[in-house]
Design a protein around this ligand. Structure first.
Ligand code: ZN
Length: 364
């Protein structure tokens, strides 16, 4: 199949293709509806595909769409894998695929969910409170979250460049994107309690992981880093052994540990840290597979405009419709070369994870 054909135009098409491909492989399929509807009142679901018949000590988890609109890409990766396996060579470990972890954002083409929550800032650990904002966010609130619909002539880029010059990129990124709990209509809002996705995983993840002792979880994202390149971002500290394994499997430059100062920032409420801490008895290796699309100012401008429309605009105006289309392009470029490049890298990542997992001894 032409790689571009693996990319679906919307959530509903992507979900249907995922379901069909999983069923064709003989996988079990579970659909978990959420309490929110799509643009035409459709039922929204998180779909879970579970492979059957393989040894359950080791499991590969592949998730897509935690950031809604980014799911167009993650879903294409999952479909590519399912289609590839349908041609013959089945994976040597058990697989659990989560399709559309934020179905509302996926269906409505936004990063955030039905409560404007960034799901990857919502997974706070026991004892952490849904409150606070990083230093600097309050000062930037007016720039990030204007209380009016977007206009074509706003000098946002200029203002953003000014802010970069003033604070420096790393500090700015930390202030804006690391997660805040005080501005419910703002960007990167982490919520005021666990979201539906969070509660669903809390309830069912132990069952889906079953008896597995070694878990590798790749959570697919876009919008961060140089265009078309992949970086594995770890949001919880690695053990020495996991660090060695990551280096062996993917190469030392392929990943960023959470203490390092690369393209990432220290976010609160990440899914990875939560999965790791909820599974102390398993060896749980979690990585955000991040693929670059457009530059950071452009991506931020798109998120900002879409959020303005969502809270302060009318979604049917031409400007509003354009912000949705723009956001989709920012997180899943239509460019064929980009699509081919990111799919290839994703398949390699998954292949190496499976080979690595399969080769592990169970006493490791
Ligand atoms: Zn993301």
């Amino acid at each position: 199949m032409n790689p571009s054909e693996l990319f679906s135009p919307d959530y509903f098409t992507a979900r249907e293709r995922f379901r069909q491909a999983a069923i064709r492989l003989g996988w079990q399929l579970e659909t978990q509806p959420i309490d929110a509807v799509g643009p035409q009142g459709e039922v929204l679901t998180i779909d879970v595909g579970l492979s059957v018949g393989t040894n359950s000590d080791k499991v590969l988890v592949v998730s897509s769409g935690l950031h809604g609109v980014e799911g167009l890409f993650g879903s294409a990766v999952q479909l590519a894998l399912l289609e590839h396996w349908a041609e013959g060579s089945l994976p040597a470990v058990r697989c659990v695929f989560f399709h559309g972890l934020n179905p509302y954002g996926f269906a409505w083409q936004r990063r955030f969910d039905e409560s404007n929550v960034d799901p990857n800032r919502n997974f706070l650990l026991e004892g952490e409170r849904y409150e606070g904002a990083p230093p600097g966010y309050a000062e930037l609130n007016g720039l990030l979250n204007p209380r009016r619909p977007p206009s074509r002539w706003e000098p946002f880029t200029l203002k953003a460049l000014w802010a970069i010059a003033r604070f420096g990129m790393p500090a700015l990124r930390q202030a804006i994107a690391s997660g805040q709990y005080d501005y419910p209509q703002g960007l990167f809002f982490g919520g005021s309690g666990p979201t539906q996705t969070n509660r669903l995983l809390e309830r069912h993840l132990p069952r889906w992981l079953d008896r597995s002792r070694h878990v590798v979880h790749l959570d697919f994202h876009t919008g961060l880093g140089p265009r078309g390149t992949c970086k594995l971002l770890m949001d919880s500290p690695l053990t020495e052994e996991q660090h060695r394994r990551m280096t062996d499997w993917f190469g030392a430059r392929a990943f960023e540990a959470c203490e390092s100062d690369g393209i990432a920032y220290q976010a609160r409420g990440g899914l990875g840290r939560w999965c790791t801490s909820r599974n102390p008895d398993r060896d749980y290796l979690f990585a955000c597979a991040e693929f670059g699309t457009y530059g950071p100012v452009q991506v931020l401008a798109g998120l900002r405009a879409e959020n303005q429309v969502y809270h302060w605009g009318t979604r049917t105006t031409p400007t509003a419709l354009r912000t949705g289309i723009d956001l989709q392009e920012l997180f899943c470029p239509s460019d064929e070369a980009w699509r081919l490049q990111v799919l290839k890298q994703s398949l390699t990542l998954v292949q190496r994870s499976i080979q690595g997992l399969a080769a592990m001894h169970l006493d490791e």
